[in-house]
Design a protein around this ligand. Structure first.
Ligand SMILES: Cc1cc2nc3c(=O)[nH]c(=O)nc-3n(C[C@H](O)[C@H](O)[C@H](O)COP(=O)(O)OP(=O)(O)OC[C@H]3O[C@@H](n4cnc5c(N)ncnc54)[C@H](O)[C@@H]3O)c2cc1C
Length: 394
């Protein structure tokens, strides 16, 4: 077996890259390897599926500005090949809160940067928060930022399925197989070893490889003797019923110790565990105590309507966490220039799939960044330890 480009990982990133590659160069032989087509452990399937312009690094604002337009017009952008008529985008906005003077100054600074990138971010006083969302307690606040458009949530599986369907329609091949090794010769990757689902082992020769293996990205690089500071970090997400808090126009609220957004008649909420650290890729045991012990008290203090709350469901997903700076790691690896990384999204990768897929496809086909300059997110910065930090990690 051979392929021009092999993509390891067939969730949202792998599918997006496959679609962009086959759109830009019809006839290119793209092979996507996916170990688990049920996607039960993929971050894509376990995502909270939201998009915002409110990032602290300009490149992430640009990536999301492209993403929101793509998500809004998904069917049309895929030329009808995605077989997904709409991603059900709900544009309720994000509301970031601050309770300290330093936090207020930081929000003002990043809001100005976001606006200079075309975002609609508004800087609000506590009174403005109260006027718009009277069910929130605002006495302790110093400032807030709100995105009145281009922010909200959408159908995560629809995004992935649309890209995959459209990529297949353009000739990309999706194979259920686990990649288990890289063949390296003369400073280049010349093939990927695979374990197909019906057993055995095979080598697929190729001209380029993309690592889109999510939380398992470091394992892929280890096959070539290379390190990557990306690890799985567990996030337990709670779906709660709060009969005294019905606010369908609520934004995605980012408070000091938790985030919250409506989901149909319920709410979704989560927090970062205090002892946050790496977990095993197969560890999906929920941290159930986090709702009662960490989230609920803070949630009730912010919104007293959450006095009666029942957890109706929970799930566990893993962030592919970039230990250096919590930003994506994109582009060719300097030690193996035909091995492309698409890793380390640290909890904000779903919304980045349209723009990142386009940019990586352009890089693979032309040898450089084209529509968007993503060099801030290069592999080189990781090798130098030169952090390019995203502060707005939720
Ligand atoms: C709880 C939670 C909430 C989130 N909320 C948001 C949000 O609101 N907004 C947002 O933008 N992002 C969010 N994210 C992050 C987002 O979901 C991810 O960044 C994004 O889905 C990453 O996509 P991916 O394709 O890179 O990785 P994944 O979805 O993890 O896919 C990687 C794929 O690679 C496959 N694979 C791995 N190793 C191999 C191998 N050796 N051979 C073959 N296949 C392999 C896996 O089976 C998997 O299907 C959230 C994530 C979590 C966990």
């Amino acid at each position: 077996m051979t392929a021009d480009v092999i993509i390891v990982g067939g969730a949202v990133m792998g599918s997006s890259i496959a679609w962009w590659l086959t759109k830009m160069q019809p006839g290119l032989d793209v092979l996507v390897l996916e170990r688990d087509p049920s996607y039960t452990q993929a971050s894509t399937a376990l995502s909270v599926a939201s998009i915002r312009s409110q990032f602290t690094t300009a490149v992430n604002v640009r990536i999301s500005r492209f993403g929101i337009d793509f998500i809004r017009n998904f069917d049309e952008r895929l030329g009808g090949l995605g077989q997904v008529s709409s991603l059900g985008l709900k544009e309720n906005g994000y509301l970031f809160l601050s309770s300290t003077p330093e936090g207020a100054a930081a929000l003002a600074e990043v809001a100005a940067m976001q606006r200079s990138e075309g975002a609609a971010t508004e800087l609000w006083s506590p009174d403005q928060v109260k006027a718009r969302f009277p069910w929130l307690e605002t006495g302790d606040l110093t400032a807030a930022t709100f995105g009145p458009r281009d922010e909200g949530w959408f159908d995560n599986m629809g995004l992935m399925a649309g890209f995959r369907n459209a990529a297949k329609a353009q000739g990309a091949r999706f194979l259920t197989a686990r990649a288990c090794g890289l063949r390296v010769e003369g400073g280049r990757v010349t093939g990927v070893e695979i374990e197909p689902k019906d057993g055995g082992r095979a080598l697929v020769a190729c001209s380029a490889v993309v690592n889109a293996a999510g939380t398992r990205a470091a394992e892929v690089l280890s096959w070539a003797g290379l390190d990557l500071a990306v690890e799985p970090r567990k996030r337990t997400v709670f779906v709660i019923d709060a009969p005294n808090a019905r606010h369908p126009d609520a934004p995605l609220l980012v408070d000091a110790g938790f985030y919250l957004r409506p989901e149909h008649e319920h709410w979704i909420t989560a927090t970062v565990p205090q002892d946050d650290g790496p977990c095993d890729s197969n560890d999906f045991e929920p941290d159930l105590h986090l709702f009662e012990e960490v989230i609920w008290e803070q949630l009730y203090a912010r919104a007293p309507g959450f006095d009666a709350v029942k957890v109706v469901r929970h799930w566990v997903g893993h962030y592919a966490y970039n230990r250096l700076d919590q930003n994506a790691i994109l582009g060719p690896h300097p030690d193996l220039p035909n091995l492309y990384l698409c890793n380390g999204f640290s909890g904000h990768g779903l919304q980045q799939a349209p723009a990142v897929g386009r940019s990586l496809a352009e890089h693979i086909l032309t040898g450089g960044w084209q529509s968007l300059d993503l060099s801030d997110l290069s592999v080189e910065r990781m090798l130098k330890g030169a952090a390019f930090r995203e502060q707005a990690i939720v």
